[in-house]
Design a protein around this ligand. Structure first.
Ligand code: CA
Ligand code: CA
Length: 337
């Protein structure tokens, strides 16, 4: 027995017996209480602002968030509650410029691709806005950017919907920026296409997808499942990789608007946890996640994020998972409960 366990054993024995060696009931009660009190995971911290800010049309309720801009693009940054430019103090970030506008600030992105952090103070809130300045699509040569294979986007958008237009620009993912925080609980490293190939990698992401994932993660925690992120089994897919796995060309994954996710905390073993606590790991656990998501995105105030949800069972190469996407219209498919 080690020094520490000897000490613990004699401490327990001291609590259980009084000086004359008889049972000591208050001590026994204390030992029992310590034994049955579950150890608590730290409470989930959603990372929300007291008052959200708006960047163009996007409402951002988080203290850290990434948005995407082309070189030199101008963004309108304003408080959601009134107050205009006076309500926000904007530290423009390397290479950025800002000037007051009617609603808040007009911020102009640097002319070179890269990442610049705009620090914004709004009352007692501090917001870290990570602006990723994209590599313009004009850099695509023969379906590659900088040697990374993209493949070809469909030439015409699906049903004329602008959400299905080829991207204007791409995020450059390097070893150095992989830990970039996209939102309070997700980093850039979780989203690239799963194809082989070294850094730099290139991808696109839609801000609405990160808003959806954050809202769902918060709700999952509210319903008693402690988790600080989802595992992103598949986030962005290049058209090349998407075709290689025989998926439909207009998949939301190739437009950066979809993620196939599962929750893997206990045990952390690269597959979904037994979320419905029936002692089995199967598609019903993906259905459990679906039910939380579907209930959440039915809320009228989240109508903009109702989008797509699909439930998938396990197969030879993956466990059960939930597909989440940020298309505009509601779509539900797969093994629905
Ligand atoms: Ca697991
Ligand atoms: Ca289960």
């Amino acid at each position: 027995m080690g020094e520490m366990s000897r000490y613990c054993a004699s401490f327990v024995s001291y609590l259980l017996r009084d000086a004359s060696g008889r049972a000591f009931w208050p001590g026994l009660t204390l030992v029992l209480l310590l034994a049955v009190t579950p150890s608590r995971a730290p409470a989930f911290e959603a990372g929300r602002l007291k008052s959200p800010i708006r960047v163009n049309d996007l409402e951002i309720p988080y203290r850290v968030f990434a948005i995407y801009a082309l070189p030199g693009e101008v963004l309108e940054i304003s408080p959601v509650d009134s107050g205009g430019a006076q309500a926000l103090a904007v530290n423009v970030g390397a290479g950025g410029h800002a000037q007051p506008s009617a609603a808040g600030w007009r911020w102009q992105a640097p002319s070179a691709p890269g990442i610049t952090t705009v620090d914004i103070a709004s009352g007692a809130d501090r917001i870290e806005l990570n602006v990723v300045v994209l590599i313009p699509s004009a850099s695509i040569v023969d379906q590659h950017i900088n040697g990374y294979r993209l493949g070809a986007y469909p030439e015409k958008p699906l049903n004329g919907n602008a959400l299905y237009l080829p991207p204007d620009g791409f995020i450059e993912l390097t070893k150095d920026n992989a830990d970039l925080q996209l939102s309070p609980h997700f980093t850039l490293s979780q989203f690239p296409s799963k194809q082989s190939g070294d850094y730099p990698k290139y991808l696109v992401l839609r801000e609405q997808l990160l808003l959806k994932l954050e809202l769902l993660l918060e709700q999952v925690n509210r319903e008693g499942i402690a988790a600080d992120t989802f595992t992103i089994m598949s986030g962005y897919r290049t058209p090349y990789y998407n075709a290689a796995i025989n998926n439909v060309p207009y998949s939301r994954h190739v437009f950066g608007g979809a993620a196939d996710i599962y929750l893997d905390v206990s045990p952390r073993d690269d597959v979904m946890d037994d979320l419905n606590r029936d002692g089995r790991l199967d598609y019903r656990d993906a259905q459990h996640l679906y039910e939380i998501a579907d209930r959440l995105f039915r809320e009228p105030k989240l109508a903009m994020l109702r989008g797509g949800l699909g439930v998938y069972r396990s197969n030879a190469v993956h466990g059960p998972f939930l597909h989440v996407d940020a298309r505009q219209q509601r779509a539900r498919w797969g093994l629905l409960p």
